[in-house]
Design a protein around this ligand. Structure first.
Ligand code: AMP
Ligand code: MN
Ligand code: MN
Ligand code: MN
Length: 290
């Protein structure tokens, strides 16, 4: 069974529509898949509809990736199995998207002062109805020829402390875990090594996350080697968290793919161990057709 529990669509900063993404997941032999867009669940309905219409052998988990502020760091918390019809969850996510919109306007103002004109309008046009992110600004600046890669745009303009960076005002980790639980989901600490915390601060984060009732942490990303994974699994056990895996797929490229290299280390409890049994009939259909 292949699980991939972290991915993005055009509902936030992914390049594939939910319909395209679920088809790609099936092509890559993923069995259980979560769409986890930034502060929105808007992509999920289309994903479920596509699976039903095309009778795809895929279990789609309702997910979301929430941006939070913790001790001057931006920490991402993935909610899995959330009830997307829950009014409190949707009010919470709408508020997060309001903050995204306000931040985007301010980012445009700051970039304009650095003589980059029209960045807000450009990013907004690229985002359309999607949850607007720094990636949309990066895409616009690359298209304008200001820089040649996303990476370089972030380095020069969008990373913390750079000209176009606006300190965000996201929800706290506690508020986020509470709303994920209220809507029936599990709270997963996303890509824990991406925050580049010292060991001391990393332990503080895990303590805070666990004390706030967090359920799991990601212990497997495609680019991670066995050493990092084993280390993360040990942390997960020490802090009483189960383990999740996800590609954090945003767009097709030579170095990311859905469902690739997402094993969970032995002696780590998978976050899905508490889930109802997956429909094995659909899984075996996938095996037969392969
Ligand atoms: P936001 O949630 O609006 O702050 O945007 C963060 C998103 O920007 C992340 O989810 C990534 O998709 C993308 N991102 C962050 N840092 C980089 C980077 N150095 N290079 C490319 N994309 C990045
Ligand atoms: Mn992103
Ligand atoms: Mn993230
Ligand atoms: Mn992500």
């Amino acid at each position: 069974m292949i699980y991939d529990l972290h991915s993005h669509t055009t509902a936030s900063d992914g390049s594939l529509s939910p319909a395209e993404l679920v088809q790609r997941a099936v092509e890559r032999r993923v069995d259980v898949f979560a769409i986890t867009d930034h502060d929105t669940t808007d992509g999920l309905q289309e994903g479920h509809e596509t699976i039903a219409e095309m009778q795809l052998p895929l279990t789609l988990i309702n997910g979301v990736e929430v941006s939070t502020n913790w001790q001057n760091h931006e920490i991402h918390v993935v909610g899995l199995n959330v009830d997307i019809a829950n009014p409190a969850l949707q009010a919470f996510l709408a508020e997060q998207r309001n903050k995204r919109e306000e931040r985007a306007v301010e980012m445009g103002n700051r970039l304009a002062k650095a003589r980059i004109i029209g960045a807000y309008d450009g990013a907004k046009a690229l985002a359309g109805d999607a949850s607007i992110t720094r990636s949309h600004f990066a895409q616009y600046l690359v298209e304008q020829g200001v820089e040649n890669t996303f990476q370089n745009v972030f380095k020069r303009f969008l990373a913390k402390g750079k000209t176009g960076y606006v300190p965000p005002n996201w929800a706290t980790i506690e508020q986020t875990i509470e709303i994920i639980h209220q809507s029936g989901g599990q709270a997963v600490l996303a890509h824990p090594l991406q925050y580049k915390l010292s060991t001391k601060w990393f332990k503080r984060l895990l303590t805070a996350f666990a004390e706030a009732g967090g359920d799991a942490m990601e212990v497997g990303q495609p680019q991670q080697g066995i050493t990092e994974r084993t280390q993360l699994a040990t942390y997960a056990r020490d802090y009483n968290l189960s383990g999740s895996v996800g590609s954090d797929f945003h767009r097709p490229s030579s170095w990311t793919e859905l469902g690739r290299n997402l094993y969970i280390p032995k002696d780590c409890t998978p976050v899905w161990s508490s889930w109802p049994e997956i429909d094995t009939k659909r899984v075996s259909t996938a095996e037969q057709s392969a």
